[in-house]
Design a protein around this ligand. Structure first.
Ligand SMILES: O=P(O)(O)OP(=O)(O)OP(=O)(O)OC[C@H]1O[C@@H](n2cnc3c(O)ncnc32)[C@H](O)[C@@H]1O
Ligand SMILES: [Mg+2]
Length: 167
């Protein structure tokens, strides 16, 4: 199958490649049509669906996959959240979310000032391109779970639901 992924972020591409290991994977830049930094579950999920849908509109593929990172409040705590969507040629849409962890209040303050998490993380961790490598989840879990590994879980949830539905 031809799998189109709505991103060129290596952490996202690697996660899809791990799960769709027999298939051809192509990354394209797909607009999420939500904020660059989504701030709720609903917005992050919509970004993933929009990316997946765009993939099959713009490229000839069998399956479109959208993966989107965001943050969301649970009571007073700001959590990292991630969503994935898988869209088939017949317009079946499957969605799944990833692991969540609480972000430190310094990170929350910067995000509330409008800085994107990717940029905040590079400054905070004194590293480059955290978003393409271990991710915020990698930094704050002492690298026990990388951004790729977190997305592998999301893509497995998508793959399994699609397989179960048999569409
Ligand atoms: O090229 P794309 O696919 O857009 O990849 P991205 O790294 O920008 O990722 P998202 O748009 O899905 O994430 C939205 C924002 O949140 C940031 N972000 C989300 N999860 C992150 C993580 O685990 N580590 C670092 N930044 C993260 C990301 O850098 C963006 O600023
Ligand atoms: Mg982005």
């Amino acid at each position: 199958m031809n799998i189109i992924v709505g991103s060129n972020n290596p952490a996202k591409i690697a996660a899809v490649t791990d799960i769709f290991s027999q298939d051809k994977i192509t990354g394209i830049q797909a607009p999420s049509q939500v904020s660059a930094q989504p701030f709720s579950d609903a917005e992050t999920r919509l970004g993933a669906i929009n990316r997946a849908t765009y993939c099959l509109q713009e490229a000839s593929g069998d399956i479109g996959v959208g993966l989107e990172g965001g943050v969301m409040y649970v009571n007073n705590g700001l959590y990292l959240c991630n969503w994935g969507a898988l869209v088939t040629k017949n317009n079946n849409v499957f969605t799944a979310s990833g692991a969540r962890i609480l972000l430190p209040s310094e990170i929350e303050n910067e995000l509330n000032e409008g800085v994107e998490l990717g940029d905040v993380m590079d400054a905070y961790a004194k590293r480059q391109d955290v978003r393409k490598k271990e991710g915020a989840i990698g930094i704050f879990t002492n690298e026990r779970i990388s951004r790729k590994e977190m997305f592998v879980h999301v893509v497995k949830l998508l793959y399994g639901q699609w397989e179960y539905a048999g569409v």
